[in-house]
Design a protein around this ligand. Structure first.
Ligand code: URA
Length: 208
C-alpha cells in the first residue's frame, strides 16, 4: 500500500484555512497556493536520493551533496498550474510537463485533452501536481499516462483529499505515494470535496 503523508505543519495549516475561506480573492488565493506548495515541496521530497560531491569553501575542500535523480513536475491542467511556481522555487532545474484532464460533469470520469510529455522519460522522479484529490479519477488517469510513458517513480502531491479519492488512487496505484495538506470529510453529489475550498481552478483564475 502506498504511503500517505498528511501535513501537520502549523504554517501550512494556517495558510490552508485562509485558502478555504470563501472571501479570499483570486490574487491572494494564488499566493497561498504558491506558498503552500513550497511547504509541500519540502515535505514530499524528503526521501530524494543524494550523491556526494566535493565543494570548495573559501577555506578548504569539504564533502557536500547534490540530488542524484532528475525531477519532473506534472501539473494537471488547469488547477495544478498554481502549484508549479512554489515547487520550481525549491527545485529550479525540474522539468515541467503539462497534461490536461477534465472531469465529465455527468459521469465525473476524467477526459484527456492535452499531453506534453517528451517522447521518453528524461527524469527519474515524477511529481503529479493537482490540488484536489476528489473521486481520484483524474489522479488514477494521470498516473496511468505516466506509467505507460515509462515513469518509474511517481508521487502525487495535492492540497486536499477526500477519503474516496485517496482510496481510489491507493487501490489503483499502490506504488504511488500521496502527499496532502489535509484530508476532508466526504464528496457531495457533484463530487466536490466537503468542506473543501470550492473549485480550485475557478478560484485561482477568477472564473465561474
Ligand atoms: N475539483 C475542485 O476544484 N474542487 C473539488 O472540491 C473537487 C474537484
Amino acid at each position: 500500500m502506498s504511503h500517505i503523508h498528511v501535513s501537520n505543519h502549523p504554517l501550512l495549516l494556517h495558510k490552508l484555512a485562509m485558502l478555504r475561506e470563501m472571501k479570499t480573492k483570486p490574487k491572494k488565493f494564488r499566493e497561498l497556493i504558491r506558498e503552500i506548495s513550497i511547504l509541500l515541496a519540502y515535505e514530499s521530497t524528503a526521501d530524494l536520493a543524494l550523491q556526494e560531491k566535493i565543494v570548495t569553501t573559501p577555506l578548504t575542500e569539504t564533502k557536500g551533496c547534490e540530488l542524484k535523480e532528475g525531477i519532473g513536475l506534472i501539473p494537471v491542467l488547469r488547477a495544478g498550474l498554481g502549484m508549479v511556481e512554489g515547487f520550481w522555487e525549491m527545485m529550479p532545474t525540474a522539468e515541467v510537463w503539462h497534461i490536461g484532464l477534465y472531469r465529465d460533469h455527468k459521469t465525473f470520469e476524467p477526459i484527456r485533452y492535452y499531453s506534453k510529455l517528451p517522447v521518453s522519460p528524461t527524469v527519474q522522479v515524477c511529481v503529479i501536481l493537482d490540488p484536489m484529490l476528489a473521486t481520484g479519477g483524474t489522479a488514477v488517469e494521470a498516473v496511468q499516462m505516466l506509467k505507460k510513458w515509462g515513469a518509474k517513480k511517481i508521487k502525487y502531491v495535492g492540497l486536499i483529499g477526500a477519503p474516496e479519492g485517496i482510496k481510489h488512487l491507493q487501490d489503483a496505484h499502490p506504488d504511488v505515494d500521496i502527499y496532502l495538506a489535509a484530508v476532508d470529510d466526504h464528496l457531495n453529489e457533484h463530487a466536490y470535496i466537503v468542506p473543501g475550498l470550492g473549485d480550485a481552478g475557478d478560484r485561482q483564475f477568477g472564473t465561474g
